[in-house]
Design a protein around this ligand. Structure first.
Ligand SMILES: [Zn+2]
Length: 401
């Protein structure tokens, strides 16, 4: 693996390198140009020491002089910032139908993006090769030296053990974990995460969760996911499986879940559950505007759109799901007492129809003292931002943001 200045491969670093890393971290986290005395104060060192390290970093092009601090008459000191062209991170979100990649710099600004639109996630060697080739081609097209890439953050649907980098639902046929396989093929460090936890992290970095230390993020899409930020940290659990909200027994129907059990919330609150609800409603004689349209199979996206177009059956079904979600969520709120609950995923297109139903459901099960200061909101982030979040996870792992 090619060595990057900040890539910690576990080897013992000399004192000077450790100091340089510390300065880069301070400059990156402050996210502004600083004078030598300001840097010295931030890292708690003497000005001569700071001057030596800054000179080193400048010579190696890791930092740049941004100009001078206007302090009035007399000599104005130079201000320094990180050279953004030396530090890149890649984010990759692997969904069921789409794979999306972005490259960001150390300031978390997007500098490149690309996606595979005709993608189908399959647990096959062919699909794995397609993804590796895609990432390699993107890095090549971006034309940055691989040595400047700090790592790749991957968000993939299904269960993930973040500690080992194993993916349990996809690419589980190899002798080594998915993470290890990607590192060997791409020659860069890889962090693998569950896509829902990436959405939670992204919400904290770029969305409505910014500045909040206790958040619950619901991802209501084809499936139902949940991620939790507790006291400022993403809750992983012992093996990285914390947050399996969709497999908690809040359901009352007799639908068999993919986990083999019945009563799992995800079988009654999710996109695929909405499609089943719709079929059941029709079989009971309900009518729908969606049937009049000349189309094939009705997806949950169609039902969401139907609700926005005034289709009563669609509205009723979504409202019922929102109510059930709120009731189940009340128990989670009683357990964790979060400051914010943010609901993201495809269902946000129905806006207040969903949000109001969740709030009514919450009132039925959540303690008033827990609800009093808790804000229930819909996410405003786009799918593209989650990809940026996956890349930011790499910066976070290097303590740069
Ligand atoms: Zn289940």
């Amino acid at each position: 693996m090619k060595h990057h200045f900040l890539k910690n491969d576990g080897s013992v670093l000399d004192k000077r390198t450790r100091q340089q890393m510390e300065y880069i971290r301070i400059l990156s986290k402050m996210n502004k140009a600083m004078t030598i005395p300001e840097i010295a104060e931030a890292v708690q060192t003497s000005i001569p020491t700071a001057t030596t390290i800054i000179t080193d970093l400048l010579e190696n092009n890791w930092i740049l002089i941004q100009g001078k601090r206007e302090t009035g008459p007399g000599r104005n000191p130079a201000i320094y910032s990180v050279n953004t062209e030396q530090f890149y991170a890649i984010g990759l979100i692997i969904g069921l139908k789409k794979a999306q990649l972005v490259i960001i710099n150390i300031n978390q600004s997007e500098v490149y993006k690309k996606s595979i639109s005709d993608f189908n996630l399959e647990n096959t060697k062919g699909c794995l090769n397609q993804l590796v080739d895609f990432v390699s081609a993107c890095i090549k097209e971006f034309e940055a030296s691989i040595s400047k890439v700090l790592g790749l953050g991957v968000g993939i649907t299904g269960r993930v053990n973040v500690h080992t980098g194993e993916t349990l639902n996809y690419f589980n046929f190899m002798e080594v974990p998915f993470k290890q396989y990607l590192e060997a093929r791409l020659k860069i460090p890889v962090h693998v995460e569950n896509d829902t936890r990436i959405t939670g992290f992204t919400e904290c970095e770029f969305g409505k969760g910014k500045g909040s230390d206790n958040i619950i993020l619901i991802n209501l899409d084809r499936g139902l996911g949940l991620s939790m930020v507790v006291n400022g940290k993403l809750l992983l659990g012992n093996s990285g499986f914390a947050g399996e909200f969709g497999h908690m027994k809040f359901g009352t129907k007799e639908r068999l879940c993919i986990c083999g059990k019945k009563g799992c919330l995800g079988t009654e609150v999710s996109g695929y559950a909405l499609q089943l609800d719709f079929e059941e409603a029709l079989s009971k004689g309900c009518q729908s505007l969606l049937l009049k349209e000349d189309q094939g199979e009705i997806s949950f996206f169609d039902i969401l759109e139907g609700a926005n177009n005034g289709d009563l059956t669609s509205i009723d079904l979504i409202q019922a799901q929102g109510l059930k979600l709120g009731e189940a969520l009340g128990s989670i709120l009683n357990l964790l007492n979060p400051k914010d609950v943010i609901v993201g995923g495809s269902f946000v297109v129905v806006n207040d129809l969903l949000l109001d139903a969740i709030k009514v459901g919450l009132k039925k099960t959540c303690l008033p003292m827990v609800m009093k200061e808790c804000r229930i909101m819909l996410s405003e982030l786009s799918a593209n931002m989650y990809c940026r979040g996956a890349a930011s996870l790499v910066l976070k792992s290097h303590d740069l943001i």
